[in-house]
Design a protein around this ligand. Structure first.
Ligand SMILES: Cc1cc2nc3c(=O)[nH]c(=O)nc-3n(C[C@H](O)[C@H](O)[C@H](O)COP(=O)(O)OP(=O)(O)OC[C@H]3O[C@@H](n4cnc5c(N)ncnc54)[C@H](O)[C@@H]3O)c2cc1C
Length: 340
């Protein structure tokens, strides 16, 4: 009989992160499929808000709390996760593949004589645990089974609906935590302001800009400043995540007009990323196959292109607007501004 433990952590607001709640939902499904007991482990300074989010769950809830857990730090996080795993006598450990847990859980698995698999997208619910992940730039999907326990599975975010609380909050068992000497002191976090960050994995919409934004337009001129204003205006107004084609981000090395806020981190595709968003809007991008493979997990796809023969129009998008993206996005931004 498996013992399932879901490890969770809180975000800056003190509530469980969305990815943690997705892992809770995965744990509940797996527990029902295997008829195996479920435990939820919470890593936090104060677990009160997190516990309320677990209301209605048929599970044992364990909390490892300490003021040292306010910030992600290897030594304290690893000690907390290890204590939770031991207390739950876990054989299967599910956890969000967040930077916080990805950093510590392979080490925790090693301490417990277990193994870890990362980037898990689904768990097949048969009589044994089978975990699915993609390899080779999302081209090959593998189903993994293992006999070694405990087996740690880090789940990719955006792969299932988060657990939604109903009813009364569950009772909680506190786990005694013995922290090792902490050599690392967290003095603060230096990060760009949220509205300066253009890559937003939790956004509903992916907005892709292609090289067309920096090409000569009907008047024979390049309009990089206008492009920048429209793209950033839309990203801010719609809280969208910004993606790019390879051609656009490669231009900075070729002394061409560039959009300064774009980096290779924005690149979507075969040699870029494969993000998960509910919707995607491609603009001034041709929709060639090496780019479109990065849209594998975008459910609803739309594109704006001047060319009725572009790749998107050949079955790669649900809707293609044959139009000038400068004019369309100008209008869309004006409508969004009115709404705000
Ligand atoms: C091994 C390999 C790996 C690759 N990996 C990737 C990858 O990971 N990601 C990736 O993106 N590419 C990748 N590529 C490159 C890919 O094949 C394309 O070259 C690239 O995606 C083209 O970028 P683009 O569509 O932005 O530019 P272009 O092909 O130059 O297309 C620009 C488009 O903008 C349109 N346009 C211009 N002005 C307007 C306007 N005013 N309104 C509307 N539309 C307008 C034009 O009609 C045109 O369709 C890879 C290629 C190879 C060989």
């Amino acid at each position: 009989m498996e013992n399932i433990l879901v490890l969770t952590h809180v975000d800056e607001s003190g509530a469980l992160s969305r990815a943690s709640l997705e892992s809770v939902a995965a744990g509940a499904e797996l527990s029902a499929a295997l008829s195996a007991p479920l435990a939820i482990g919470v890593v936090a300074v104060d677990a009160t808000a997190a516990i309320a989010q677990l209301a209605g769950l048929q599970a044992r809830v364990l909390a490892a709390t300490a003021v040292e857990l306010a910030e992600p730090r290897f030594a304290s996080d690893a000690a907390a996760c290890e204590a939770l795993c031991r207390q739950a006598a876990a054989t299967i450990v599910l956890a969000p593949g967040s930077s916080r847990f990805t950093r510590v859980l392979p080490a925790v698995a090693h301490r417990l004589g277990g193994v870890t698999d990362t980037h898990i997208t689904s768990l097949t619910n048969g009589t044994q645990v089978e975990a699915t992940r993609w390899f080779y730039r999302q081209r090959v999907e593998a189903v993994i089974t293992r006999t070694v326990r405990p087996w740690f599975l880090l789940l990719d975010a955006g792969t299932r609906a988060p657990y939604a609380a109903t009813g009364a909050a569950p009772s909680v068992e506190s786990v005694t935590l013995t922290l090792p000497a902490l050599r690392t002191q967290v003095l603060g976090i230096k990060a760009p302001k949220q509205d300066e960050q253009t890559i937003r994995p939790d956004a509903k919409l992916l907005f892709v800009a292609g090289a067309g934004w920096t090409k000569k337009q009907a008047d024979g001129q390049v309009h990089a400043a206008d492009a920048e204003e429209r793209i950033l205006g839309f990203i801010r107004n719609a809280d969208a995540s910004l993606g790019s084609s390879k051609s656009l981000v490669d231009q900075s090395g070729e002394n061409q007009a560039v959009l300064k806020f774009m980096t290779h981190l924005n690149q979507i595709g075969q040699t870029g990323s494969t993000p998960r968003h509910v919707k995607g809007l491609s603009t001034c991008c041709h929709g060639e196959e090496p780019h479109v493979v990065g849209w594998r997990f975008i459910n609803e796809r739309r594109a704006i292109n001047l060319d009725a023969n572009c790749g998107w129009a050949r079955g790669k998008a649900d809707v293609v607007y044959i139009a000038d993206a400068f004019a369309v996005m100008d209008k869309v931004n004006a409508l969004l501004a009115e709404k705000k």
